[in-house]
Design a protein around this ligand. Sequence first.
Ligand SMILES: [Zn+2]
Ligand SMILES: [Zn+2]
Length: 382
Amino acid sequence: MGKSGSPSLVLLLAAAMAAAVVFVASSSSPVAAFPVAGLPEAEPPFPNPWLAFQNLSGCHMGDERDGLARLKDYLSHFGYLPEAPSSSPFSDAFDADLEAAIATYQRNFGLNATGFLDPPTVSQMVAPRCGVADVVNGTSTMDRRNASSAGGAHGRHLYTYFPGGPMWPPFRRELRYAITATAATSIDRATLSAVFARAFARWSDATTLRFAETASEADADITIGFYAGSHGDGEAFDGPLGTLAHAFSPTDGRFHLDAAEAWVADGQGGASSSSPGAVDLESVAVHEIGHLLGLGHSSVQGAIMYPTIRTGTRKVDLEADDVQGIQSMYGTNPDFKGVAPTSPSTSSREMDSSAGTGSRPGGRFVAVVVAVGLLLLLLLSL
Ligand SMILES: [Zn+2]
Ligand SMILES: [Zn+2]
């Protein structure tokens, strides 16, 4: 651990504690969706894979610091830097390419584009997020603002599509989904069916699309499953925190959830969802379904398709930006009553779920929803 100022040290400790709570809750209890307080801390804390980035806080152009190579790998994975050739891996030098990559990242996440690793940027990077790129072929899929208008995005259309604009064709407006892999979750099947039905309804309410669950995977356009770790698509899950879920763009139809998260599926936002690290399944599902239908991420913070979502609370209502995006692809449901007015959140808990769109080595685009902004939460509570 390099030199941390005391604020980042406090953060580091707090985040480690939070990660420990999440780990204990989800690994010790068969009811992983409902973290139980007071469990013995028998397991070591699950390491946030990006926690060491805290040590890089303050780094800027010209610095050389252990860990910058790993940060470059991270930025490369999300599309902000080209992949390093295997013959010459990234170095620990803070060069002009890294500065430019950080500035792009900052613009995407509504941060000041300082080009150095200021604390807000490091906090955002450490927050668990989507495993996939925000920048595809050198073009950011997230940021459509001018630098000068950053922070004033409301009222503008900031939704995005996947590169190439894949969508379900006009003759496929009634899509069937199957919940195909549930062995790795303790949430019962009836609850899953109810949660996903509600999540799909958010989108069918606004559009001409219709969704129905089918028991037959062979009959399904969309498949939904819980997986732990590597599961065959090159997008390994990473345990609690980190990546929460990912979904492929049309017409692939795969929607995968990280079985290791402390999912909350009661839909009530009650006591269980106030546990540290609790992730509301329905909120994540609404976001991922947006990807299944062809939406990328939005820079509008209140939008379902914004890469970060709150934890400990629900975020399931489409925002105007989501509605404009999806209706521009699939038309308007004449019965749609419009978006509910956005209600300011009173929660002090925050969770980040960042996701991006990106080109995978296989040429596919996958979008992944992200995880818990426990760090943000902790930042706010400090
Ligand atoms: Zn997957
Ligand atoms: Zn996403």
